[in-house]
Design a binder for this molecule. Structure first.
Ligand SMILES: C[S@@+](CC[C@H](N)C(=O)[O-])C[C@H]1O[C@@H](n2cnc3c(N)ncnc32)[C@H](O)[C@@H]1O
Length: 328
């Protein structure tokens, strides 16, 4: 079983009414669970749709996985099907997700149930394994903060609080690797100033601050802002401001701009993002499917950036500009 996080919806979309399940062991109550069972040919499509529809994450169990979801009596799905599970307090939101998926993939089976809220938190704890990202970082949940075996890596602690960004999703891991590489190559230095647009759990901004950089983390989702602030405190980082909002709050120039959002919004914001870059600033964009890379790179090329370095993990890519603005 893989515990994956979803990507945020486009900022031009209406705000999602959904909140992730938020039960606690001391105050048990119920939440809702949507289970989607996809035949082999539809699994990638469902994964891509959830990336656009569910900002707070889902669980994914492939045909070869054997570990059950804690508290779930269901067996592994037969016939090579992939099972996706989304927990949320709002059944109408989950019904909307199910309807959207089934309108595009009618062979996907959908089941919506009411379940104890504690299942969701238990799943997070069981499946949040420490994950090494790039050459410099290891991301751990606070309850495994002191785990041994990560010598030479900087620990980034993330308390999952409903926001995206535990390091397990390729889009996050690609940016952490890019930050490591830029620091190793001297492309960014500990004195530099950064902007993290769409900070989610704060993971990228916190990683930067552990390396001495200072910056601003922004998110349009108040759940993410609370989670990022809590995680910044948990890591004891200094030099980080976390604010609720978007580009209107940014005041460039920044030596480094990070944005792990989605291809559509990244294209729409190209001019504004490039305008925030210092003359020799570095830019890392993520949340981009490999087939979208050319379109995103072209949009930023029209704003004066040269070719990007493209780094890939699975179906996802990140675009890294190391030469700053006005480079052709
Ligand atoms: C895919 S998550 C990335 C989280 C984290 N930076 C990481 O790399 O794991 C995208 C985040 O961007 C936020 N977001 C989406 N559009 C935004 C915008 N226009 N301005 C600021 N935040 C935005 C979402 O609320 C979400 O928390």
């Amino acid at each position: 079983m893989e515990h994956r996080s979803g990507l945020a919806s486009s900022p031009s979309s209406p705000p999602s009414p959904a909140t992730p399940a938020t039960g606690s062991a001391s105050t048990p109550r119920s939440t809702h669970r949507l289970e989607l069972s996809a035949p082999p040919g539809d699994a990638d499509l469902v994964s891509g749709l959830l990336a656009g529809l569910v900002s707070f994450g889902w669980e994914e169990q492939g045909a070869d996985d054997v570990e059950p979801i804690p508290g779930d009596a269901g067996a592994s799905p037969p016939d090579g099907r992939t099972r996706f599970v989304v927990h949320c307090d709002d059944p109408a939101f989950l019904q909307g997700v199910a309807d959207r998926v089934r309108s595009l993939a009618p062979n996907v089976e959908a089941a919506l149930d009411e379940v104890p809220a504690t299942d969701w938190l238990a799943a997070w704890k069981v499946f949040f394994e420490p994950v090494s990202c790039g050459g410099r970082f290891v991301v751990l949940p606070p309850w495994r903060a002191d785990e041994e075996g990560f010598e030479g890596r900087t620990r980034v602690l993330v308390e999952p609080g409903g926001a995206f960004g535990t390091g397990h999703h390729a889009t996050t891991a690609l940016v952490l690797a890019a930050i490591s590489d830029l620091l190793d190559a001297g492309g960014i230095t500990p004195q530099d100033r950064f902007l993290d647009l769409g900070t989610g759990s704060g993971i990228l901004a916190i990683a930067c601050c552990t390396q001495g950089l200072q910056g601003l983390a922004l998110d349009v989702d108040p759940v993410a802002v609370d989670n990022a602030r809590a995680n910044a405190a948990l890591n004891g980082v200094t030099g980080l401001r976390v604010e609720s909002g978007s580009l209107e709050l940014a005041q460039g120039p920044y030596d480094l701009v990070l944005a792990n959002i989605l291809a559509g919004p990244l294209i729409a914001m190209a001019a504004d993002i490039v305008a925030l870059l210092a003359a020799d600033g570095r830019l890392v964009l993520s949340g981009i499917l490999s087939r979208q890379a050319g379109e995103v790179e072209a949009a930023y090329g029209r704003q004066g950036l040269g070719p990007a370095r493209i780094v890939t993990e699975g179906e996802w890519v990140a675009l890294v500009w190391e030469g700053g603005r006005h480079v052709h």
